[in-house]
Design a protein around this ligand. Sequence first.
Ligand code: ADP
Ligand code: 5GP
Length: 216
Amino acid sequence: MGDSSQQPADTLQRRGLMFILSSPSGAGKTTLSRMLLARDSEIRLSVSCTTRPPRPGEVDGVHYHFVSDAEFDRMVEEDDFYEWAHVFGHRYGTPKGKIRAALKEGQDFLFDIDWQGTQQLYQKDQQDVVRVFILPPSIDELHRRLQGRATDSAEVIAARMERAQAEISHWDGYDYVIINDDVDVCFEKVRAILEAERMKRARQTGLIPFVRGLMG
Ligand code: ADP
Ligand code: 5GP
């Protein structure tokens, strides 16, 4: 019988992680992110700031913080970002917020950021970062998905397709690479990675006292 003042032995205290999902635009990381956030109550989205205008259905403060160029400049000057990058002619950045303190408390964060942001976060905090890269099943399918999403003009889609090759070339800067053919199969793989990473010994801060207890 355990002491009721302690946590159950199968949910030991642990440190949170920074779960990064990247992909060429249109491969499905937003879809997968939304599925994860809807089904996993332990992970929270790190809401980025961007200078790009909202797409239909995007909500300020939920999907992004939509900011002006001047506001973004001010945040850069005040060192408010963990990382930031130019993507498709706009700027995107991860606000520092209270991420470090929350990680210590066991909160996980999901990052939908590109390879530049991934490199910067990894350099700053290797132990907490888990990097997952999503690939489309083919270039034709990537094009179909961008067109099917119907949120971007033909020019924007052409620019995203042109950039896709360059983005794909960063696949080897990630810990895991998954092909998003069937979205449900892909999602289960994302979830399996997250579950396994949560159980890593180094993240289970509650293990030392637990094992000490076992050993008397
Ligand atoms: P990203 O965030 O990587 O730019 P999205 O998640 O917005 O990509 O996906 C682009 C489009 O492709 C969306 O219309 C989405 O519904 C669709 N999509 C995502 N995953 C799949 C999949 N496995 N099969 C078919 N369509 C998909
Ligand atoms: P979109 O305009 O399709 O929402 O995003 C365009 C690209 O910007 C995607 O590759 C997305 O992952 C990336 N992105 C979004 N937020 C950030 C961020 O805060 N930092 C970085 N480096 N990239 C971001």
